[in-house]
Design a protein around this ligand. Structure first.
Ligand code: SF4
Length: 111
């Protein structure tokens, strides 16, 4: 996905990939869960990622891309679970699986 940018010096329009302006360049470990990440660590990691997303100039393009491409990870202030809950298809939303397992365990305890 690319966007057109106007160059004030040349007066020409240039095709620019929105990812060239991503705040998360070089910070990708903040945006994807490591293996066996605990819920508290995930919340801390995603809070740090959210601060970068909130200040990112390409948040709209990024959000659209993640939603349309069923991306994993934290994109534009949204986790897989957030996208799933908003009605966007995600193959296997990690947060949803965790929540369903927790709810099943709680129902077992109360039964
Ligand atoms: S909105 Fe967040 S995830 Fe998307 S490009 Fe910007 S910093 Fe990266």
């Amino acid at each position: 996905m690319s966007t057109l940018e106007h160059d004030n010096n040349t007066g020409q329009q240039t095709n620019v990939d929105w990812r060239d302006h991503a705040n998360c360049k070089g910070r990708l470990p903040l945006f994807f869960a490591p293996k066996a990440e605990r819920p508290e660590a995930r919340a801390r990691r995603e809070a740090k990622a959210k601060r970068l997303c909130d200040a990112c100039s390409v948040i709209a393009e990024c959000r659209t891309f993640a939603r349309e491409n069923r991306e994993y990870g934290y994109w534009a202030g949204e986790s897989e679970e957030d996208r799933h809950l908003l009605g966007y298809r995600v193959s296997a939303p990690i947060g949803v699986r965790t929540r369903l397992a927790r709810e099943a365990a709680q129902q077992k305890q109360t039964a």
